[in-house]
Every structure is written in structure tokens, then in C-alpha cells.
Design a protein around this ligand. Structure first.
Ligand SMILES: Cc1ncc(COP(=O)(O)O)c(C=O)c1O
Length: 394
């Protein structure tokens, strides 16, 4: 049995998803399919690296600004996405959302507008509002759970609102879209035309369905004539946010230098946590096969989930192109989402994220985290179906 089939307990690890499920769902000991981390252990080889470091016992201030670290990132982009990145463009950051916050400060002024597609990852709302910028949303067009960009609506938003930044999430959380070359070049052309800077959060880039190709924004660097930054991390793929560490890729030297001044000077974050450094380097240099196995596991999980959900024709669900997040449209159920959540939490003891967390478009949705062994996914899906049956028969 591989690491991907085995269900290990995560209780007692101060896990946000497991130990603190009550914070979001009001009850303890629910089976969680909630925030986006997975129930998978780090790759064995990476655990061995960390064990060796713990055995040596040295955890002093640690430098990230060397080619061993930066080349592990550029190697991954070349190997996985056939995308050339200059190692000098890479900068450590403690987390993607930290980088997002600093980039917002560098690329816009207080009161400026920032556009993103909705539904969207909920931390974007807080980060934009917390930096006293105004969020302008542009809904993805939804035709039978296939999400596309409404470019006419987007151009109108750019022309009327004159935003400073477009915040792209690609692959997209929560719909799982992987934007195509055609979509990205169209988006870039609009950003060029209306002088809108681009921040591209690509943290979900590695988990995709077979044949779905991820195109990093910097693959289009020579077409982009506005400030641009790519933010990502090994932490989503390898389930290592508890170790810290992420990176920004800045092709423009001026922006990169400004970011570094804030990171190191204002915010005192010169040193990377040594375990985070080792993890990123080992994962990106040595763990390609592990990611393939992860993707096979997630593909199989989606297949199982769809098989179960398709038994009720009122549930509209399509397997997404990327991410380990299922986006389930339950608008045809004849009761409120509050009634459903109450039954799921109190009777079925299962915690599935409310879609409304991701904006108004998600009001009648659930976001189901499939980053776990198949047995757990089946168990969770069956609890959801039992909850629905209970409400039907009430
Ligand atoms: C789109 C997206 N960006 C960023 C993050 C969080 O990244 P970090 O923990 O590095 O801030 C997540 C986590 O769920 C995410 O889904």
C-alpha cells in the first residue's frame, strides 16, 4: 500500500483542518474536506532529508539567495512546464499571501482597484481589503459547470473601473480551470491595453488532470508590457505549508529589488526556515515521480466522487481541469444550504466547505477537498448523499 492509499491520523499535529475543525464548523471531530491542504505525507526522500538535518541539529540563520535554491525552482518550471526562468528572478517569501500583500503595496496605491475572477480563493478578499484597495469582481461565465472568461465583461470592467492590478489565479481555485494559451494571450493583451499590472498566483500548478497543460504567466514575458509577478510555492503540491516557504518570480529587476527591500528591510525576513529550504530543493529536484502518483490518486478520487454524485441528477458536478478541489453545484436541491450544512455537520459529522466562502457565485455550492486517500473521499461523498436523502425524506 502506498502513502497515497493509507489513511493516517493527523489528529494531534495542531492541524487546522483536523484538530481545529470546530473553528469553521462549530463541532469537533468531523471528517474534514475543507481548507486546501492534503492528508498526504511528504515524499519519503524529502522526509529523509529533513531527518538528516534534524540529526545534525543545526538550525541557525539560513540563506536562500544562492543557485542551489533558485535553480531548483527554475529546474521545476523547465521540467514541468517547459518554461525558462532566469534563476536571478526568483525570490524567497514566507508565503504566497505574504507576497501578494507586498506586491499589492508595490504595484498600486491605497484606494486603487484590483480585479479578480470570482468565485475566488477567500484570502484574496482579505488581502485586498486589508491593504485598503478596492476589490472589483468579474464573474467567470458558467455554462453547465464549464467556466470561461467573459472577455467582453472583463474589458468593460477595465475600461470603467481603471484597475491598477489584475489578480489571476491559474489554475483557478475553486473552479479548477487551467487557462489556455488563447485565454492568457487575450488577458495579457487587455492588461497591456489598459495598463493593468498582473499578479499571477500559480500555487495550484502541479495538480492537474491528464493532458491539461499549465502555462506559467512568465512563459509570455515578452508579450507583457506591464509590471508582472508570478507567485507560487511547493507547499500546495507537497503538503508542506507547515514548514513555511514560497517564492515570487520577478522578471523585472526594479520590482524585484523593491520586493527584497520590503522583505529584508521593513519586514526583517532575510532568513528562510532551513526545513523549508531543504523541502523545496528536494521536492523540485527529486520528486517528479511522487507528483505523478499524487495526480493519479487525485484523478481516481475525482472519478469516484463523480460516480457517487451522478446518482443524484440534481447535483451538477464536472471533474475540474486542475486542483484537488471539487466545486459542486447544489442549486437544484429544494432546501437551503444552511439546512444542508446543519445535517452534514450534526448528523453526518462531515465538514465540507461552504461555497459562499468564495463569493456570491458560490452561494449554492460546496467545495470538496479530494486531497486524501480514496476511502476517505468515498466516505465523505456517501455522508453527503446520506445527508441529502435525509432532507429529501424529512
Ligand atoms: C490560490 C491560493 N493561493 C494561495 C494559497 C495559500 O498560500 P500560502 O499559504 O503560501 O499563503 C492558497 C491556499 O489554499 C490558494 O488556494
Amino acid at each position: 500500500m502506498s502513502n497515497f492509499d493509507q489513511q493516517y491520523s493527523r489528529y494531534g499535529t495542531y492541524s487546522t483542518q483536523w484538530d481545529y475543525v470546530q473553528d469553521r464548523f462549530g463541532e469537533k471531530e468531523l471528517l474534514p474536506f475543507s481548507i486546501s491542504d492534503t492528508d498526504f505525507m511528504l515524499p519519503d526522500g524529502t522526509i529523509d532529508c529533513l531527518k538528516a538535518a534534524v540529526t545534525r541539529g543545526f538550525f541557525g540563520y539560513t540563506r536562500w539567495n544562492h543557485l542551489d535554491y533558485k535553480k531548483s525552482i527554475t529546474h521545476w518550471f523547465q521540467q514541468e512546464f517547459a518554461c525558462w526562468i532566469d534563476p536571478e528572478w526568483c525570490v524567497y517569501s514566507p508565503s504566497v499571501i505574504y507576497s501578494l500583500s507586498v506586491c499589492i503595496q508595490l504595484m498600486s496605491q491605497k484606494g486603487d482597484k484590483i480585479v479578480t475572477f470570482t468565485p475566488c480563493y477567500d484570502a484574496f478578499f482579505n488581502c485586498i481589503g486589508g491593504n485598503e484597495r478596492e476589490l472589483i469582481t468579474c464573474s467567470l461565465e458558467n455554462v453547465n459547470e464549464q467556466f470561461t472568461i467573459d472577455f467582453t465583461a472583463l474589458e468593460k470592467v477595465f475600461a470603467i473601473e481603471r484597475p491598477a492590478i489584475f489578480l489571476l489565479c491559474n489554475p483557478h481555485n475553486p473552479t479548477g480551470r487551467v487557462f489556455t494559451e488563447e485565454e492568457l494571450t487575450h488577458l495579457i493583451a487587455l492588461c497591456n491595453r489598459y495598463r493593468v499590472a498582473i499578479i499571477s498566483d500559480e500555487i495550484h500548478m502541479d495538480v492537474r488532470r491528464p493532458g491539461k497543460i499549465h502555462l506559467p504567466i512568465l512563459a509570455f514575458a515578452d508579450q507583457i508590457h506591464v509590471p508582472v509577478v508570478l507567485l507560487s510555492s511547493a507547499s500546495k503540491t507537497f503538503n508542506s505549508p507547515g514548514l513555511g516557504g514560497s517564492y515570487g518570480i520577478f522578471s523585472e529587476e526594479g520590482l524585484r529589488e523593491k520586493f527584497l527591500r520590503i522583505l529584508k528591510g521593513r519586514d526583517g525576513l532575510s532568513s528562510i526556515p532551513y526545513p523549508a529550504l531543504l523541502t523545496t530543493m528536494d521536492c523540485y529536484n527529486n520528486q517528479k515521480n511522487w507528483v505523478e502518483e499524487l495526480n493519479q490518486t487525485i484523478d481516481a478520487n475525482f472519478f469516484e466522487l463523480k460516480k457517487i454524485l451522478d446518482k443524484d441528477t440534481r447535483i451538477q458536478f464536472e471533474i475540474p481541469e486542475a486542483t484537488y478541489l471539487g466545486w459542486l453545484n447544489l442549486e437544484q436541491l429544494p432546501y437551503t444550504m444552511e439546512e444542508l450544512q446543519t445535517v452534514l455537520v450534526k448528523r453526518e459529522k462531515v465538514a465540507i466547505m461552504k461555497g459562499e466562502t468564495y463569493g456570491a457565485e458560490g452561494k449554492r455550492y460546496l467545495r470538496f477537498n479530494l486531497g486524501a486517500p480514496k476511502e476517505k473521499i468515498i466516505d465523505g461523498a456517501e455522508r453527503l448523499m446520506r445527508g441529502i436523502r435525509y432532507l429529501d425524506e424529512r
